[in-house]
Write a protein that binds this ligand. Structure first.
Ligand code: HEM
Ligand code: HEM
Length: 189
């Protein structure tokens, strides 16, 4: 089963969910560690390039995931799910999708406006161009500072939302004893 049905997730959604989740959790830890390293060291530069390359992969996968979502259906929550929990799940998923886009886009914007003007080289293969940022928006250095702040704060917000999301998944498994966690782990009939 490739596509989702009214009651189950299909292969594509499941694989995209777990690949993106693993990459993002890794990138959050990696990013927080990376910024503690001495700047202007060649090894730090290499790690930043790796961070940016993986970030671009995440952006592409998230775009694919959103395309897959809007062209398909999303399984319903179990019938007995209370209204407040439906709203909480909806808001939680919207925040996760928003943060999945905000993280790589603010990363790309911060390097595009940085006065350092360093290139982003995708896995040492080819250069990814900087985003064009119109001059009327202000000084580049100030914009870069702004996007760096947003990139950093969004990372903490992301960690908080992921913790709530994992907590909710575990509540379904251990307390409600329904199939909500299993249906994101493997195909269900
Ligand atoms: C899934 C996507 C991404 C995640 C989860 C992520 C996560 C992080 C985190 C947690 C930090 C440390 C923030 C801090 O404490 O200051 C960071 C820093 C950074 N990220 Fe990302 N990032 C992502 C994508 C990108 C992309 C696509 C780029 C650039 C193309 C990028 C460029 C940077 C840079 C340059 C820094 C250092 C900023 C500084 O000097 O403080 N990131 N990232
Ligand atoms: C960076 C980490 C993660 C992100 C960004 C993320 C994102 C999402 C999003 C956006 C959805 C909604 C999918 C839809 O459109 O229907 C979802 C569903 C789900 N996630 Fe995650 N997730 C992450 C990590 C995890 C982890 C670690 C777990 C397990 C404990 C998990 C368990 C689930 C489950 C069970 C569902 C299905 C909910 C349902 O059936 O309605 N997720 N996730």
């Amino acid at each position: 089963m490739i596509r989702n049905t009214r009651s189950a997730y299909g292969y594509v959604t499941i694989y995209l969910h777990w690949t993106i989740a693993a990459l993002i959790i890794g990138m959050l830890g990696f990013g927080l560690y990376m910024v503690t390293l001495p700047i202007f060291e060649p090894a730090t530069y290499t790690l930043y390039q790796l961070h940016k390359s993986v970030g671009f992969v995440v952006l592409a996968l998230v775009a694919l995931r959103l395309l897959w979502k809007i062209t398909g259906i999303t399984p319903d929550l179990p019938d007995n799910t209370p209204r407040w929990e439906r709203i909480a799940a909806y808001l939680g998923h919207v925040s996760l999708y928003a943060l999945m886009l905000i993280m790589p886009l603010t990363g790309w914007l911060l390097v595009s406006t940085s006065p350092l003007g360093l290139p982003s080289v995708f896995f040492n293969l080819f250069e990814i161009p900087h985003l064009p940022v119109p001059e009327f928006l202000g000084q580049k250095a100030e914009m870069s500072e702004f996007f760096t702040e947003v990139h950093g704060w969004a990372a903490y917000a992301f960690i908080a939302v992921i913790l709530v999301h994992v907590g909710a998944a575990l509540k379904h498994y251990f307390i409600y004893k329904n199939k909500v966690l299993q249906r994101m782990l493997s195909l269900q009939d």
